[in-house]
Design a protein around this ligand. Structure first.
Ligand code: ZN
Length: 325
């Protein structure tokens, strides 16, 4: 579903008419709309990578990754327009290479560079719906992950005929996905999904934005979705896992080289502006309490960082729940 809303946004302008003539389409505007989405996605991927990479030594579940994310033109409402706007002949191109990742360090994956083959697979040959297709891209990302696990590297061939071979590094097993609309942030066990309208996207400081991403990554790293599946999603259970995710935020931030105090800073800023809402209050504690829970962890985290150079939460973090094995 992730691209559908973006496509709708893209189509709101020149393509609102049912059968637009090619001459009526403002390709520069389409390109700019895609670029705005990609800028936000890049921000999310950079922060997500830094957190997932730095905390890999403590995550129970880790995967090899090169930090590359692709885009599939079939996910747009009118794939032909997206293709033409980006100057592609096929459907697949680079979306982001996370800052500091093997893909980024190789210098081979600038945005929108067209992809022809992943080892031997031409992703264009996989079946797709004619528009708003989103499963195919997930399948292709799964294929990249499988190649990295099996072979310890991957050869990616571009439409210009060049091939790049990249070796992965280990990261906590969680993908980060930007949604084209909405202002929600959720974690489903394997993915962190953040709506482009989430208020933290407007925060200029990377580390305050990172605190939001760290909270969602904490849900996945601590196995919260599976625990709720087994114990039930009562308000009380949800409050417990929310508190646990909040408390882990300073640990995740510190390992990634961010100021762990960005956790409570995020909570106070976000809370003051967006708290209230009865539903929110039943499932979460008040934002001031949540910030205080984070602050309690700060002393511990700073102490471990000073003594050991790492905040080993796998060993030293006090759990609120007993996770499913
Ligand atoms: Zn949460």
């Amino acid at each position: 579903m992730r691209k559908a809303a973006l496509a709708a946004t893209l189509l709101a302008g020149p393509l609102a008419a049912q059968a637009p003539q090619p001459a009526q389409i403002d390709y520069a505007a389409e390109r700019a709309a895609i670029a705005r989405f990609q800028d936000a996605d890049q921000r999310l991927q950079d922060v997500g990578w830094r957190l997932a990479r730095a905390n890999a030594p403590f995550c129970l579940s880790i995967v090899p990754s090169i930090g590359l994310q692709l885009q599939d033109m079939a996910s747009y409402g009118v794939p032909a327009i997206a293709r033409k706007a980006l100057g592609l002949t096929g459907d697949f191109a680079v979306q982001t290479a996370a800052r500091g990742s093997p893909a980024a360090l190789s210098g081979e994956f600038p945005r929108n560079r067209e992809i022809a083959r992943l080892v031997t697979l031409d992703p264009n040959t996989l079946p797709a719906a004619t528009r708003f297709e989103w499963k195919r891209l997930a399948k292709v990302h799964g294929h990249i992950g499988a190649m990295l696990t099996e072979h310890g590297d991957i050869a990616i061939t571009f439409a210009d005929g060049e091939t790049a071979r990249v070796q992965p590094v280990e990261v906590c097993a969680s993908r980060f996905e930007l949604m084209g609309d909405g202002d929600k942030a959720v974690a489903d066990g394997t993915r962190v999904v953040i709506g482009i309208g989430f208020p933290a996207f407007a925060y200029p400081e990377e580390e305050v934005f990172a605190a939001l991403v760290a909270h969602e990554l904490a849900h996945n790293a601590l196995g919260h979705d599976a625990w709720l599946d087994s114990k039930g999603r009562s308000d009380r259970n949800v409050r417990r896992i929310e508190r646990e995710a909040d408390r882990l935020v300073p640990w995740l931030l510190a390992n990634a080289g961010y100021d762990p105090a960005a956790g409570p800073r995020f909570m106070r800023r976000w809370g003051k502006a967006h708290d209230s809402g009865l539903k929110m209050r039943r499932k979460h504690e008040g934002w001031d309490e949540r910030a205080e829970h984070m602050e309690v962890e700060l002393a511990l985290v700073r102490d471990f960082m000073a003594r050991e150079g790492k905040a080993d939460w796998a060993t030293h973090f006090r759990r609120e729940i007993t996770p499913e094995r």
